[in-house]
Write a protein that binds this ligand. Structure first.
Ligand SMILES: C[S@@+](CC[C@H](N)C(=O)[O-])C[C@H]1O[C@@H](n2cnc3c(N)ncnc32)[C@H](O)[C@@H]1O
Length: 234
């Protein structure tokens, strides 16, 4: 049995309780976070297990997580269980963003957002949201960041830039023509009829050689005199 020294001041009136996930949802008779914090620090060590049988909005579990204790709870009310679970479950920001994007109903909008998302990870220099330096090059270098990047800010900034690019494309384009990905494997393209293309213009895949290579061939063009078995490299 633990006896609390009565000179301990457990009055947290006026203490700020709006940090971490605590203010996520209103709840009647919430603990001030400082109260479970005090108990957890006073009576447990990192890695210990904490149980709150009346979890409510999860204040104890959130504090336990912050302080590195395992925590468990029971709660009879389903909404409270949900609030508590959400408040103490870590959802990585990138995962959350990816999920939100996947919910976009219009496929073109969804794909556009996926590319905005990808472009904040797969990028040159130190701007990547991942712990890498040059993912856009062949050998990414792992670099741990000093602090977690501001993913939301980067995503919104990139979204703005990409939107501008698409506006430019819209303004500069011929709107009557098609531009479509018609297959996955260039060795087998049933969507294109033989001799249906006027030009086949490509840069063939290379392993690690950094030669610039552009191929022009007419496998699908059927133009006399311009047909080559293998793409020319220039
Ligand atoms: C005062 S609230 C707890 C608030 C919590 N400390 C917080 O910071 O959000 C008490 C909770 O006990 C829950 N409760 C009542 N009877 C219960 C039971 N038999 N088993 C589990 N939870 C119960 C209620 O639904 C209520 O959410």
């Amino acid at each position: 049995m633990i006896v609390i020294d009565h000179s301990t001041d457990l009055n947290f009136a006026g203490a700020k309780g709006n940090y971490a996930s605590h203010p996520m949802h209103s709840y009647a008779a919430k603990f001030p976070p400082q109260l479970p914090r005090w108990a957890i620090e006073e009576f447990t060590q990192k890695g210990d297990k904490v149980f709150d049988p009346f979890v409510g909005s999860g204040t104890t579990l959130v504090e336990a997580r912050i302080l590195g204790r395992n925590s468990y709870g029971t709660e009879i009310d389903p909404l409270s269980r949900l609030i508590a679970q959400v408040k103490c479950t870590l959802v990585e920001e990138l995962t959350l963003l990816l999920h939100v994007i996947s919910q976009a109903r219009h496929p073109a909008i969804r794909d556009f957002l996926y590319i905005v998302f990808s472009s904040i990870i797969y990028t040159k220099g130190k701007g990547s949201m991942a712990n890498v330096m040059d993912l856009a090059h062949s050998r990414p270098h792992r670099v741990m960041k000093d602090a977690p990047p501001d993913v939301e800010k980067a995503f919104l900034a990139r979204l703005k830039r990409l939107r501008k690019m698409m506006e430019e494309l819209w303004a500069q384009s011929e709107h009557q023509v098609e531009a479509k990905i018609v297959g996955n494997d260039a060795r087998h393209v049933p969507a294109l009829k033989t001799n249906s293309m006027d030009l086949v213009f490509n840069s063939p895949p290379m392993s690690m050689r950094l030669t610039i290579s552009v191929g022009i061939s007419s496998a699908y063009s059927g133009l006399p005199g311009r047909s080559t078995q293998h793409p020319k490299s220039i």
